[in-house]
Design a protein around this ligand. Structure first.
Ligand code: PHE
Length: 468
């Protein structure tokens, strides 16, 4: 098989949009978005998020997909082929998924473990205090679940762009939307009276989620909401890690990129919104407003308790929930592995099988080290943004908080000032497509987006601590 054939391509716009949306819809949509929305004044956060998606998100997503399609290359070589001075960007854009995949897949293993716990009817065990801590600190179990999770990923990436990634996305994404919509409607019907005789309902929780709260809103609080929404959006649309460049390179030349970008964003935002509609009312009903403060541990600690409190139906809801999360995680990690594999294939002229073997061996080794970070290699390290973490958190911090904004700032500088926005606009409108946000795009890519991203970077470096 010639190299060109082996690269593969999406069959059409639907396949591409679903695959890109499948990458974008991930753990961030399901646990982080609802938690931030609840923390940041409900509807106010939603409003800011949507405005940012239409401006900031649209700029970054359009840029990366167009770079991929224009060059027809994977991230490692795409940037350099557009602008030789920016060759280094490709290397960093590949280091990011190489840092993220091992820990994202370790979390994928945790999710598989929880899904199995609920499917086998042991959901009640997961609601017991210390269950999560006991699991991740045990020596073998997290490694075994991680390896099983990786095997699923490798199977899909091995099948290639069309038979693997596109098929999986077309199968899993519609199911994911139906399941998540189902539980979110169910969430609205909940009602619970706690030990103090206070009754709370899902509908009240839903109101907290969607009605903008301007109470006590100051400029400083607004900036916190803005930074949270921007950080979340940036992570959620899977930019700055080479994925969208790789996927862009598999898009046919006659596909309408403007429509595709819109649809990817609508899909991603809709799933995030539904996830909030599923989680915020449920947690509010059973745990009150304080329950929402659970943050990252929400999914593994607080939610199993919520499912338990629902009574007999809780185990079924738990199964549906963890199947949904498994789908969301799997489709995201597959996209990460694809970004690295395609780069190795292009750069060293390798077959998919050979490149994937090397990439998988690397991920498995680093992933095992990440798992051991909670027992054999346990330490506590304080990051520049003040949080204390283990190996997983350090990899997450360096990739997400530092390297990703740097990549996107550099991409904006390259497009805005070196190769000029016209190069991207021409690619987007190559078949005469309408691009009504052309002017907005130019201003965003040259000025607004890099400046906003610089704030995100400064915040990660702990230089905006007054914003807390
Ligand atoms: N966009 C994903 C999310 O919202 C994040 C992600 C995608 C992370 C792909 C890694 C790989 O969760």
């Amino acid at each position: 098989m010639s190299k060109k054939e082996e690269r593969g391509s999406f069959s059409g716009r639907l396949g591409f949009v679903l695959a890109a949306a499948a990458s974008a819809v991930g753990l961030g949509n399901i646990w982080r978005f609802p938690y931030l929305a609840a923390k940041d004044g409900g509807g106010l956060f939603l409003l800011v998020y949507v405005i940012l998606a239409l401006t900031f998100g649209f700029t970054l997503l359009t840029t990366e997909i167009a770079i991929g399609r224009k060059t027809g290359r994977s991230p490692l070589t795409a940037y350099g082929s557009m602008c030789p001075k920016m060759n280094w960007l490709g290397a960093v854009a590949c280091i990011i998924p190489a840092m993220i995949t091992p820990y994202y897949s370790s979390i994928g293993g945790w999710i598989l473990k929880y899904m199995t716990t609920f499917v086998t009817g042991h959901g009640a065990d997961a609601a017991v205090d210390g269950y999560f801590g006991g699991f991740i600190t045990s020596q073998w179990s997290p490694i075994i679940w991680f390896v099983i999770y990786m095997a699923l990923n490798i199977f899909v990436v091995f099948k290639g762009v069309n038979d693997g990634i596109e098929k999986m996305s077309k199968f899993m994404m519609p199911i994911l939307v139906i399941l998540i919509a189902g539980i979110s409607l169910f969430s609205l019907t909940l009602e619970h009276t706690d030990a103090n005789g206070v009754t709370r309902t899902g509908l009240e929780g839903f109101m907290i989620y969607v009605i903008p709260s301007f109470e006590g809103l100051t400029l400083k609080k607004f900036l916190v909401v803005l930074m949270d929404a921007m950080g979340q959006l940036f992570y959620s649309i899977s930019v700055a890690m080479g994925i969208m460049v790789a996927y862009g390179s598999y898009v046919k030349k006659d596909t309408d990129l403007v429509k595709s970008v819109n649809q990817i964003e609508i899909f991603d935002t809709l799933v995030a919104f539904l996830a909030g509609m599923m989680i915020v009312p449920a947690v509010f009903t059973f745990m009150g407003t304080e329950g929402m403060a659970a943050g990252p541990s929400l999914m593994f600690v607080a939610l199993p308790k919520v499912f338990q409190a629902m009574g007999s139906v809780g185990n079924i809801i738990g199964i549906i929930f963890f199947v949904t999360v498994t789908f969301a995680a799997l489709t995201s990690s597959v996209s990460l592995i694809e970004a690295i594999t395609s780069s190795v294939m292009d750069k060293w002229n390798m077959t998919r099988k050979k490149a994937l073997t090397i990439v998988s061996a690397y991920i498995v080794i680093v992933g095992i080290i990440v798992c051991l970070g909670y027992n054999v290699f346990y330490f506590e390290y304080t990051l520049p943004n003040g949080s204390v973490g283990q190996i997983l958190d350090i990899l997450d911090y360096i990739s997400n908080n530092l390297l990703m904004p740097i990549i996107s700032i550099a991409t904006c500088i390259m497009v805005g000032w070196m190769i000029k926005p016209k190069a991207i606009i021409d690619e987007v409108t190559r078949n005469g497509e309408g691009f009504s946000r052309k002017g907005l795009y130019t201003v965003m890519v040259k000025f607004v987006t890099p400046i906003m991203l610089t704030f995100l970077l400064l915040q990660a470096l702990g230089m905006l601590d007054w914003l807390k």
